[in-house]
Design a protein around this ligand. Structure first.
Ligand SMILES: Cc1cc2nc3c(=O)[nH]c(=O)nc-3n(C[C@H](O)[C@H](O)[C@H](O)COP(=O)(O)OP(=O)(O)OC[C@H]3O[C@@H](n4cnc5c(N)ncnc54)[C@H](O)[C@@H]3O)c2cc1C
Ligand code: FES
Length: 347
């Protein structure tokens, strides 16, 4: 390891005075050299225990394993302190224990247990894990599904972590490759589906006790329902606001299940919003982002979870940030497809 005399100042949120890090030295080594504690394990980029958020400045990362830090986490500003050498003065914060979803990565072969319509274009896919059960993940995460002969696609788990069956809500996208298989009835009970994961950083922070905004666009209800049901199953009593945004009445689904949940849990409030109703309706109407702007004036202590079409996620996130929610508390999974890019029409 090349060490030099150039020193960068690295402020660590949990350490009072800034660290002085020599050129080529890792932030973790500098913390230890100065006699500070820092969460860590392998110290070689393999376990993820030293995962931190880069708040300011630039670092270089030495080789690390994908299971310790995914590309997605890297893109969201996460670094590994044991592999990070500063290129300038920086500010970082190590992640609280519940900011890290540490589940073993699995590659499983599952079988289709059921494929049922939820709406005209959303199917419920149930996969039987068999010998691979249970599949642990944090509520809100997704898996990569491989259907025979087709490119793999990402889908978010709707079932609770550890359940025997995996459940997914698959929207059939016109012209889509996997959509054609699902929509044309070519996938049958008993067919093999490869599952790898879990992936994703937009998962329920279980230690958080402030208000929760859970925002779903269309089949984004899968991870959002998983998050809300998990919070309620843990006995959480903070206010939970679940919004399901869809285009029209025929896109609404699982309404009975949502109503039953709300009847059992007075802290859960549910709003179903139609963005493009084609008939008079008693429901809320308009883009989900606009409805949020009408409903909230401040979001002190809140966390938001968003899932669905990228345009819906982007517009809602912008409103939440305008309302003063820190980006750190806004956890979003945009369902990117070739057509659903940022700027496309919201649900
Ligand atoms: C993290 C994550 C989680 C997700 N979770 C879910 C979920 O829970 N539920 C869900 O329904 N979806 C989810 N998705 C979306 C899902 O992974 C797929 O992208 C979606 O199902 C479409 O796949 P497809 O193979 O049917 O379509 P694709 O073949 O990928 O095509 C998508 C669309 O692009 C169009 N297209 C393809 N090629 C071109 C081209 N060259 N030029 C122009 N247009 C083109 C197609 O006509 C189609 O309309 C998620 C995505 C991500 C990233
Ligand atoms: S301590 Fe294991 S990845 Fe950094």
């Amino acid at each position: 390891m090349r060490m030099g005399l150039v020193r960068y100042r690295v402020g660590v949120r949990q350490i009072e005075s800034p660290l002085l890090v020599e050129e080529g030295q890792s932030i973790l080594d500098a913390a230890f050299a100065a006699g500070h504690d820092f969460p860590c394990g392998c110290q070689s980029g393999n376990c993820g225990a030293c995962k931190s958020l880069l708040l300011e400045g630039e670092v270089e990362l030495d080789a690390y394993s994908e299971s310790a830090l995914t590309d997605e986490e890297r893109a969201a500003g996460r670094i590994l302190a044991c592999r990070a050498t500063p290129k300038e003065d920086c500010r970082i914060a190590w992640l609280a224990a519940d900011e890290v979803a540490a589940h073993p990565q699995r590659n499983l072969t599952t079988r289709v247990d059921a494929l049922e319509p939820l709406t005209h274009d959303i199917r419920l896919l149930r996969l039987r894990l068999g010998q691979g059960a249970p599949f642990f993940f944090s509520a809100g995460q997704y898996a990569r599904l491989g259907f025979e002969g087709l490119p793999a696609r990402d889908f978010s788990m709707a079932n609770q972590p550890g359940a025997e069956l995996l459940e997914f809500h698959l929207r059939v996208v016109p012209g889509g490759t996997v959509s054609a298989l699902i929509g044309n009835g070519l996938l049958a009970v008993g067919d093999r589906v490869a599952v790898s994961g879990p992936h994703g950083i937009s998962f329920l922070r279980e230690a958080h006790r402030g208000p929760i905004l859970a925002l779903a666009g269309g089949s984004g209800l899968a991870p959002i329902l998983c998050i809300v049901e998990r919070a309620l199953s843990l006995g959480r009593t903070q206010p939970i606001h679940l919004y399901l945004g869809v285009r029209d009445e025929h896109d609404v689904y699982l309404e009975d299940r949502l109503a039953t949940l709300a009847a059992r849990h007075p802290n859960l409030k549910i709003a179903i919003v139609l963005s493009q109703p084609t008939a008079p309706t008693g429901r809320r109407t308009g883009p989900l982002a606009q409805v949020l702007a009408e409903d909230f004036t401040a979001l002190d202590g809140a966390k938001a979870y968003l899932a669905g079409p990228p345009a819906m996620v982007e517009t809602c996130r912008a409103v939440l940030l305008d309302l003063g929610l820190d980006g750190e508390h806004c956890h979003a999974d945009a369902f990117f497809t070739a057509v659903d890019r940022p700027g496309a029409r919201a649900a």
